[in-house]
Write a new protein. Structure first.
Length: 168
C-alpha cells in the first residue's frame, strides 16, 4: 500500500487499517503513534512546504491532458521524486534514479564525505525539502518533522539496522 492510500484511510479515521495493510504491525502501535505515521504519509504526499516549484513529472502529464481539469501541474512534494510512498526506486527531475526509502531510517545516521559531518535522518529531510522541493524545511522536533520521521521509520519496520549502510 502506498502512502496516498494510508493518507486516504487516515482522513477517514482509519489509520489503523491503513497501517495494517501497509505491513506495519499496527497492533503493537499505540494510537498516537499510528496517527503520527498516518499524518506523516499525508505530509509526504501533499505538503509542498511553501514551495512554488511544480512537479516535472506532473507537468509532463499535464501537457498531455491540456483540455482536462488536471492540466495544471501539482506543487513539488516528497512524493514527486519518492514515488509509491518511497517504497520503490524514485527519480529526480533531471532523470537520475534514487533508491527507495524502505530502509532509510535504518541507515541513518551516516557520514557525509561531501560535507565532512554526520548526517541524521532529520538533517536529510531538511536538505531534501530545502534543496529539492525548494520549500521551508520542517523544524527539528516540530510536529511535521516528528510525523515525517514516524512515517519513514514505519517503512523500515522489520529492516536490519545498518547505520551508515547502503540504501536498498
Amino acid at each position: 500500500m502506498d502512502s496516498r492510500r494510508i493518507a486516504r484511510y487516515a482522513r477517514r479515521g482509519l489509520a489503523g487499517a491503513a497501517l495494517l495493510w501497509a505491513g506495519v504491525g499496527y497492533a503493537a502501535l499505540p494510537p498516537a503513534l499510528a496517527q503520527a505515521v498516518a499524518r506523516g504519509a499525508r505530509v509526504f504526499n501533499d505538503d509542498h512546504f511553501g514551495s512554488e516549484v511544480r512537479s516535472v513529472a506532473d507537468a509532463a502529464s499535464a501537457f498531455a491532458d491540456m483540455g482536462s481539469p488536471r492540466a495544471h501541474a501539482r506543487f513539488m512534494t516528497c512524493a514527486a521524486c519518492h514515488v509509491h510512498g518511497g517504497r520503490t526506486r524514485g527519480q529526480l527531475p533531471d532523470g537520475r534514479h534514487i533508491p527507495s526509502l524502505r530502509n532509510a531510517a535504518a541507515v541513518f545516521p551516516r557520514y557525509s564525505a561531501k560535507s565532512h559531518r554526520i548526517v541524521t535522518l532529520e538533517d536529510q529531510i531538511r536538505h531534501c525539502v530545502k534543496d529539492g522541493i525548494k520549500g521551508r524545511p520542517p523544524t527539528f522536533g516540530g510536529a511535521t518533522m516528528v510525523d515525517l520521521v514516524s512515517y519513514l521509520k514505519s517503512l523500515a519496520t522489520g529492516r536490519r539496522m545498518a547505520i551508515g549502510g547502503a540504501f536498498q
